[in-house]
Ligand binder design. Structure first.
Ligand code: HEC
Length: 150
């Protein structure tokens, strides 16, 4: 065994303490950085996440509702999502009159409220975006000449 003087012992003790402090500080710091970079769910601000999500529009489709993000789709969001899924809207196709009929039917039997001035705009949107398929579909083949099968 080497002989260590009291003074040297004291210096070594101090170095030891300082190293320990340094390690503790570093550990706490890295832990803090980890929390900042990867906050657990309960520390995240959920409202902002939802708000950002609900505004996303991809390829003309409003992602949260699945509605076509054309003029008037906010009105559909405000009036048509409360009782049922937007899928009832997006999976339907109807003429303007057909949509009006559906609305009247919901008003008479399902407690849908009076849509007031918004009704015209809603019908515009629905007929335009969820109308019977005519536009965008391949035209019927025109057959110029019939021939008899033998
Ligand atoms: C007050 C509640 C309520 C609101 C608001 C509402 N609906 Fe409905 N709607 C209903 C109910 C109830 C049904 C029947 C649900 C079912 O069959 O599951 C329905 C059914 C439908 C259907 C299917 C109809 C069918 O023939 O099967 C469509 C399309 C529809 N709603 C569109 C809309 C549109 C567009 C709006 C906004 C203008 C809207 N709804 C707002 C209650 C509502």
């Amino acid at each position: 065994m080497q002989n260590i003087s009291d003074k040297e012992k004291k210096t070594l003790g101090e170095i030891n303490r300082k190293l320990t402090n340094l390690i503790i500080t570093l550990t706490l710091f890295m832990g803090g950085m980890w929390l900042v970079l990867y906050p657990p769910i309960f520390l995240q601000d959920q409202t902002t996440i939802i708000q950002v999500d609900s505004d996303i529009i991809e390829k003309g489709i409003h992602v949260a509702s699945g509605l076509i993000a054309a003029e008037g789709f906010e009105l559909v969001q405000q009036n048509c999502g409360g009782c049922h899924s937007y899928k009832l809207v997006t999976q339907n196709k109807n003429t303007r009159d057909g949509w009006l009929e559906t609305i009247r039917w919901m008003q008479e039997t399902q407690k849908l409220w009076d849509l007031g001035e918004n009704e015209t705009q809603l019908l515009d949107y629905l007929a335009e975006n969820y109308g019977p398929e005519e536009t965008g579909r391949r035209k019927q083949l025109e057959i110029a000449e019939w021939y008899e099968l033998e």
